[in-house]
Design a protein around this ligand. Structure first.
Ligand code: PMP
Length: 335
């Protein structure tokens, strides 16, 4: 009999999906790694599992212990599911501006959820700093201790993507891959996948797709953090400081992608290819198109399909919300 022993074994080994329209448009083969198929619905299940396994091995996470994390939501969903499966507790700190659907999902899963105002990273009440403080409080009072997962700086994040996401892409492409592009939230995916692919073939071109208002495209071009014009409605990506994980990324091309550039890919994918994705996937696909244009026809480029669109139905697929932000809506989307 073939069966998975537990939910951890459902994480990863996701397929690569041929993205037809953008491949035809560019003359390249553009492939998306279907991370929305993970049990928690996003690529961040891998991060949560990687951080848990590393903390167990280091003896920091003890049986029955608590995992505390600041998150845009998806990592929190991963930690909550894995804590249940592995006998831990979890606490999730999240900015209140994240989608209602992610908040609802965390409540459904029974997360110990702390919603905080959206503030700048410099503010001590930022969700990341709040998580660090809460973890220290819990560590004192919980019988089995508590850890702060610190996904932004924890090298276990990129290590998991290096050893799983990156190696899977290399194997699935049978070495025939010319480029990889993705956006960065913590930078774990970008650092891990770029490290794995460059170790196999240093000529593979790595690109970052940076949403409006984020600073990393400028950082990789010039070494200076400089926020790009505008802002973005895409959740889970777009940062203005160099995280411990970003510092390990190997990047050759940096693209600034606006929401207006990315959203039409999202709508066309749903209408013509039957795929309903979240906003970071749209930024990633737009980045893959830009890299394809730089490399020219005939190349194979991989990107990440991070999560599913129903997690953002009230924003990305809501014409009233989009109109209020002056963002494009497809003809079939009626108020
Ligand atoms: N897309 C989504 C939907 C996410 O939640 C995240 C993580 N915050 C990312 C992309 C970015 O991944 P990473 O943290 O590995 O940079």
């Amino acid at each position: 009999m073939h069966s998975a022993a537990d939910v951890t074994q459902l994480i990863g080994n996701t397929p690569l999906l041929h993205l037809r329209q953008v491949s035809e448009q560019t003359g390249c083969t553009i492939l998306g790694k279907a991370e929305f198929l993970n049990p928690g619905g996003s690529i961040k299940d891998r991060t949560a599992l990687g951080i848990i396994r590393a903390a167990e091995q280091a003896g920091e996470l003890r049986p029955g212990g608590r995992i505390v994390e600041g998150t845009a939501g998806n990592t929190g969903i991963g930690f909550t599911l894995l804590a249940n499966a592995l006998g831990y507790s979890s606490t999730v700190v999240m900015p209140i501006t994240q989608s209602k659907e992610k908040i609802d999902t965390l409540e459904l899963l029974g997360a110990d959820l702390h919603l905080v105002p959206a503030t700048s990273y410099a503010d001590p009440n930022h969700y990341v700093h709040t998580a660090e403080r809460l973890a220290a409080d819990y560590a004192k009072k919980e019988p089995n201790g508590a850890i702060w997962a610190r996904q932004f700086d924890n090298p276990a994040n990129m290590a998991m993507h290096r050893d799983t996401t990156g190696e899977e892409i290399w194997r699935q492409c049978e070495g025939k891959i010319d480029g990889f592009v993705c956006a960065a939230g913590t930078g774990g995916t970008l650092a891990g996948v770029s490290t794995a692919l460059k170790a196999h073939n240093k000529n593979i071109q790595i690109g970052i797709a940076d949403p409006s208002g984020a600073s990393l495209a400028a950082y990789f071009r010039s070494g200076k953090l400089q926020a790009s014009e505008g802002n973005s409605i895409m959740e889970g990506i777009g940062i203005n400081h160099v995280t411990g994980n970003i510092a390990l990324a190997q990047v050759d091309h940096a693209f600034n992608i606006s929401d207006a550039e990315a959203l039409p890919y999202l709508f066309a994918l749903l209408q013509y290819e039957g795929l309903c994705l979240g906003g970071s996937s749209a930024i990633n696909i737009a980045g893959a198109v830009r890299l394809a244009e730089e490399l020219g026809p005939g190349h194979t480029i991989v990107t990440i399909l991070c999560d599913y669109g129903n997690r953002y139905q009230s924003k990305l697929f809501n014409p009233v919300f989009l109109n209020n932000k002056n963002l494009p809506t497809p003809g079939w989307m009626t108020i």
